[in-house]
Design a protein around this ligand. Structure first.
Ligand code: DOR
Ligand code: ZN
Length: 335
């Protein structure tokens, strides 16, 4: 049995830089036609020169594949019309991080004073630049995303022409918010469709499943599965595949991030097949993103088959999800 996917897209991806970029970028470009590249490098991407140079480095290491990096900027409330206009079509979205909420987000927004953010958000509305948000407060870790929903709603109401993407949603509350505002959208990761907090910390601590936002309760995961499997038009796949070296994960201060890029499509095929929803996979991994971002991806056909994939123990220094285990689907061919 086979599944054919046209131009799969990963609308939330961390590629890092230098050696790490060289290891991980080809693992995405092999099977995806494009990906939205997160800007949380050190220092973050916040100028046109930095963005174009990073894009070139990505294109260099992915040159053997049909792959387009969709580039993003790190949100600053100082960005004005001329500055953002100068990016033209090079800029696909701007990513907003609350200060210190996750990896390399120290320069993010503190306090969420909508008035302070307004001039930049107005310009983004005018230029049609989507706003991607890591939506967590600094409250109790299990409640951070739900506490952020009123902020999403406030922004969505105040800027009705601004497309806001709730990144890597993990809760039922976020799923419900999608229905209340026309301009709210969401990405969903592979790992949040699969795990709950129990998998991370219910038994022995599993550092390779530790990420931000942390996986939540079974009813949250079920709400995510519902909208993903039905390919709700406002949700799209964004892996949030976030590589960290093994020593940074298996340490007493474990870095947040789950690395899923090389197995994402195979595992999605397995899930959608098991849940009798395979007819919706194309929408979840490509068509919805095309409509939400108004993009036409490079043409690429990925054929998956029900032949097991053995997930390696590591890719360079990075340990993937399902390391050493087997997934019942795999990539057969790519055209
Ligand atoms: O777990 C995460 N890792 N969540 C994020 O938001 C950032 C990411 C990273 O960059 O490692
Ligand atoms: Zn991320």
């Amino acid at each position: 049995m086979t599944i054919e996917l046209n131009s799969p897209l990963d609308m939330h991806l961390h590629l890092r830089d230098h050696e790490m970029l060289n290891v991980v970028a080809p693992l995405t470009s092999h099977s995806f036609a494009g990906a939205l590249i997160m800007p949380n490098l050190v220092p973050p991407i916040e100028t046109l020169d930095a963005l174009l140079a990073y894009k070139e480095r990505i294109l260099t290491v992915t040159k053997n594949d049909i792959f387009k990096p969709y580039m993003t900027l790190f949100f600053r409330d100082s960005y004005d019309y001329d500055f953002l206009k100068s990016f033209g079509s090079e800029l696909s979205a701007i990513k907003l991080y609350p200060a210190g909420i996750t990896t390399n987000s120290e320069g993010g927004v503190s306090g969420f004073d909508v008035k302070k953010l307004s001039p930049t958000l107005e310009v983004m509305s005018e230029l049609g630049i989507p706003l991607c948000i890591h939506g967590e407060t600094n409250g109790f870790v299990m409640d951070r995303e739900a506490q952020f929903v009123p902020i999403y709603e406030k922004l969505a109401s105040a800027f009705p022409r601004l497309n806001i993407i709730m990144e890597h949603i993990t809760t039922k509350e976020s799923v419900e918010a999608l229905e209340r505002h026309e301009n709210l959208y969401a990405t969903i990761t592979l790992h949040h469709l699969l795990i709950t907090l129990d998998d991370v910390a219910g038994g022995m601590l599993r550092p390779h499943l530790f990420c931000k936002p942390i996986a939540k309760r079974p009813h949250d995961r079920d709400a995510l599965l519902d909208v993903a499997l039905s390919a709700h038009p406002k949700v799209m796949f964004g892996s949030d595949s976030a590589p960290h070296p093994k020593h940074a994960k298996e340490s007493c201060g474990c870095a947040a991030g789950v690395f899923t890029a090389p197995l994402a499509l195979a595992k999605l095929a397995e899930i959608f097949m098991e849940k009798s929803s395979v007819a919706n996979l194309q929408k979840f991994v490509s068509d919805n993103a095309r409509a939400i971002y108004n993009i036409t991806p490079l043409s690429k056909k990925v054929i998956l088959e029900d032949n097991p994939m053995n997930v390696p123990h590591n890719y360079g220094e990075v340990v993937p999800m399902y390391a050493g285990e087997s997934i019942s689907w795999s990539i057969k061919s790519i055209e």
